[in-house]
Design a protein around this ligand. Structure first.
Ligand SMILES: [Zn+2]
Length: 220
């Protein structure tokens, strides 16, 4: 191989395998999930919040500081590639809080097809698929967002519960019946979105429901 071709191959390899810290953007070793400096900022214990209807939701991070920046980049700035790195921290929270609980299916909060087309990916689905892989549990789409509504972060907390009612529908009730389900989303704020998804799954007679998000808002 000539020096020139070797150089090009090296550049391509370097480009393909460069791993960045999702919280600060620094290049890190390919076998690591973040840099040492950011890891020092990780909360020692997972956070817990309750979605509407009393469904428990755990998250490894607060929606604040480096974690807030990371989730915003992940969601809006085409950083879907970080899903795998985030999922290790989510699974750590899931194992810590839900201990020996068993789940049959991992699913996600769905996105309306128009928004999915615009953004190109549903960040909650990317996280859910990676968490399912690490947990060794099947991933399945159980709900569809059949109605468009205002984005939850654009409206006041009091209006959020109403804003999500009736926007989700089951894809196949037979897939849901009797199943213990883990629902994944990127952020929990008031808990009305996860609460509404859980309400619909419950209507389809599922078993237990637990939730996990990447970040939890400290405010409601
Ligand atoms: Zn970092």
């Amino acid at each position: 191989m000539t020096h020139f071709i070797k150089k090009i191959f090296g550049t391509i390899k370097g480009f393909l395998f460069t791993v960045h810290c999702p919280y600060c953007g620094k290049v890190i070793e390919p076998n690591k999930n973040c840099c040492d400096k950011c890891r020092k900022e990780f909360p020692e214990l997972p956070l817990i919040k309750y979605a509407t209807g009393g469904y428990i939701c755990t998250a490894p991070f607060p929606y604040d500081g480096i974690f807030r920046n990371a989730v915003i980049n992940f969601k809006f700035h085409n950083c879907g590639v970080y899903a795998e790195q985030f999922s290790y921290e989510m699974v750590r929270a899931i194992k810590n809080v839900y201990r020996d609980k068993e789940f049959d299916i991992v699913t996600c909060v769905p996105m309306h097809k128009d928004l999915l087309r615009e953004r190109g990916y549903n960040q909650a689905e990317l996280l859910a698929r990676e968490c399912a892989k690490l947990l060794g549990i099947k991933y399945a789409d159980l709900l569809a967002k059949t109605k468009k509504n205002k984005t939850q972060h654009s409206i006041k907390a009091a209006e959020r519960v109403k804003n999500v009612i009736g926007v989700y529908s089951p894809i196949d009730k037979n897939l849901i019946k009797g199943k213990r389900i883990l629902i994944i989303d990127d952020i929990i704020t008031t808990g009305s979105t996860l609460g509404e998804c859980a309400r619909i799954l419950n209507k389809c007679k599922c078993g237990e429901i637990c939730c996990c998000t990447l970040c939890t808002s400290l405010l409601t």
